[in-house]
Design a protein around this ligand. Sequence first.
Ligand code: ADP
Ligand code: MG
Length: 227
Amino acid sequence: MDLDIAALGFRFGDDFALSVPGLRVPTGSAAVCIGPSGSGKSTLMQLCAGILLAESGLVSLGGVDWSALSERERRLRRITAVGLVFQEFELLEHLSVLENVLLPYHVQRDLPLDEQARERAVELTRAAGIEGLLRRKPRNLSQGERQRVAICRALVTQPAIVFADEPTGNLDPRTTQAVFDLLRSEVRERNATLMMVTHDHSLVDAFDCVIEFETNPNGSIARERTR
Ligand code: ADP
Ligand code: MG
C-alpha cells in the first residue's frame, strides 16, 4: 500500500510543530525515519497510521486521505490494513504471549478469529523464535522477547503497511539484527510497505528511503534524503 504525504502541517498547541513538504513511500518499499529525540518521529508515525490527524495537507494510504474518514472508518482501516509496533510495546500483562499476538482479533469484531489466524500467529512466533513462550506472561520475558511479541502482533493481521517505532530500541546488537531481519522479511514476503523509526545507523542501509528530521526554532521538518 502506498503512503503519500503532501504539505503536511501538524502542531501540539504551542509546544511543537511538524511539517512534511512531501513524501512518497510506494507499495513494497521500506522507509526509515531518523533524527534527534523530540523531533517528531513518533508523531509522524501516528499521523501516518491515522491515530493523529493532520491540521493541513494530506496523509493518505492507498490513495485514501485519513481526514476523509470518520472515526469509525479510521479505526476499521487501521485494524485491517495497518500494523503498528509501538515504542513502548504496549503488551497486556494479564494476557499470555499467544493472546497478546492475537489481540487485534479481540478488540475488533470485524476481524474473525478463525483457525487460520491462530495458525498464522503460531507460525509468526516460530519465525520469531518465541514459539516456546506462547503461554508465558509478558513480565516473564526479556526485552528482546517482548519486542518480538509486539512485532508478531503487528504482522498477524497481514497488514498492507507496517509502522514500527524504534522496534529495536534497548536491544543488544545481535538481537537488534534478528528482530529487524524478522520484520523486514515478513514485510517483504507479502510486498507490504514498511516505515520504521530507528537510532541505529547500522540498519539504515537496508532501507529504500531515508526520512531525516531536522529541528529549528519554528518546529521540525522531515524530508526524504536524496542519495
Ligand atoms: P520523537 O519520537 O522524534 O522523539 P515525538 O514525536 O514523540 O518525538 O515528540 C515530538 C514533540 O512533541 C516533543 O517535543 C514532545 O514533547 C511533543 N509531544 C508529543 N506528544 C505530545 C502531546 N500529546 N501533547 C503535547 N506535546 C506532545
Ligand atoms: Mg519517538
